[in-house]
Design a protein around this ligand. Structure first.
Ligand code: XIL
Length: 334
């Protein structure tokens, strides 16, 4: 695809990677992150199960070590994620509380966590994956939102308000997947953000996870969760949200390649083409500030081995952590 002209921007697009503390013990992995990326996201260490394993008991040590690593190496940190249906401690997922108690739990989690990292985290995914897959509205399996009951927008407003009070300078994001191209879920996401803004909810930023695939077979053929937007489509979606007055970010990019027929060389080229779509769209939209990939090297992706998913390869060649064509394609743009 042809890259549209770079936007005149107030800040550059950061290229980020989701990292894990345990893997940072590996010097090659660590050096790859230090050398090639501008920002990091904790792959799991800042989820509720990790940070508040028991009610009122906060456990920051792993997350703090990631933040210290970032600070030592001049990396920005994205916070991921305060409120999600996944990775909750059992006292939350099985919790039965009154609405007033849920309100207090939401406030406590947001204020303790965001307060703890205030000044160290530039963007927070306050609410993750709340939009229903079929575009009908919101999911009903988020214990924080659904435990609260009543109008889900009231629970969501509380989440953002409490996070905002705890760190007024942090960029507060909502984040979701398979919303990078035009489909009913993307419309539902747009309406939700618009309605939250209309209610005065302090939401600054909209995240597009970007778990995509490299072929263009169309919806649901290889992966019911995501497929391949064109550069024009992705740019259009990002600009439409940006026109609401929010920052937009690509937060969890990875690309499945395995169903693509052809040689490894062809797959690497297809992967680089999609990487160019992601980087090109973000660069073209002035309000897009982040392109984070969900991991560093293919064999450690949450999608499992055998995929050629991320920017670094330790499967295609013998050489660990080799930048793939997609990395250089990205750096030509960002
Ligand atoms: C995933 C992690 O990569 C895995 O290690 C973990 O087992 C489950 O969560 N969307 C998100 C991320 O917002 O938090 C998920 O991360 C991947 C999908």
């Amino acid at each position: 695809p042809t890259t549209p002209p770079a936007a005149v921007r107030d800040e550059p697009v950061d290229l980020g990677a989701a990292v894990s503390l345990a893997r940072l013990q590996d010097p090659v992995y660590r050096e790859t992150v230090v050398r090639y990326f501008d920002s990091i996201t904790a792959e799991n260490e800042m989820k509720a199960r990790a940070l508040q394993p028991q009610r009122g008991v906060f456990s920051f040590s792993s997350a703090d070590q990631l933040v210290a690593f970032a600070r030592e190496n001049g990396k920005e940190v994205r916070g991921h994620t305060l409120f999600w249906h996944g990775a909750n401690p059992s006292w939350i997922s099985n919790g039965s509380f009154s609405q007033a108690e849920w309100a207090q739990l939401i406030r406590d989690h947001a204020s303790n966590v965001v307060g703890h990292f205030a000044g160290d985290i530039t963007s927070w995914d306050v609410l993750n994956e709340i939009v229903a897959e079929d575009g009908s509205g919101l999911r009903t399996d988020n214990p924080w939102v659904n435990g609260f009951g009543g109008d889900p927008l009231d629970a969501i407003a509380l989440m953002f308000q409490a996070a905002h009070e705890a760190d007024p300078a942090a960029r507060l994001c909502i984040n979701d997947f398979s919303v990078e191209f035009n489909r009913p879920k993307t419309e539902a996401y747009y309406r939700l953000v618009r309605d939250l803004l209309a209610r005065g909810v302090p939401i600054d930023c909209v995240g597009f996870q970007s778990h995509l695939i490299t072929e263009s077979e169309g919806p649901g053929v290889s992966d019911p969760g995501g497929w391949s937007p064109t550069l024009g489509e992705l740019t259009g979606v990002l600009q439409r949200f940006a026109d609401l007055g929010v920052t937009v970010q690509l937060t969890e990019a990875d690309l499945k390649t395995s169903p693509t027929p052809g040689t490894t060389e062809q797959k690497l080229a297809a992967h680089a083409d999609m990487a160019r779509v992601l980087a090109g769209a973000c660069q073209a939209v002035q309000a897009c500030t982040e392109l984070t990939w969900w991991g560093v090297n293919d064999s450690q992706s949450w999608l499992g081995s055998g995929e050629m998913t991320l920017l670094f390869s330790d499967t295609v060649t013998d050489d660990a952590f080799t930048p793939k064509p997609a990395y250089w394609a990205t750096r030509d743009i960002l």
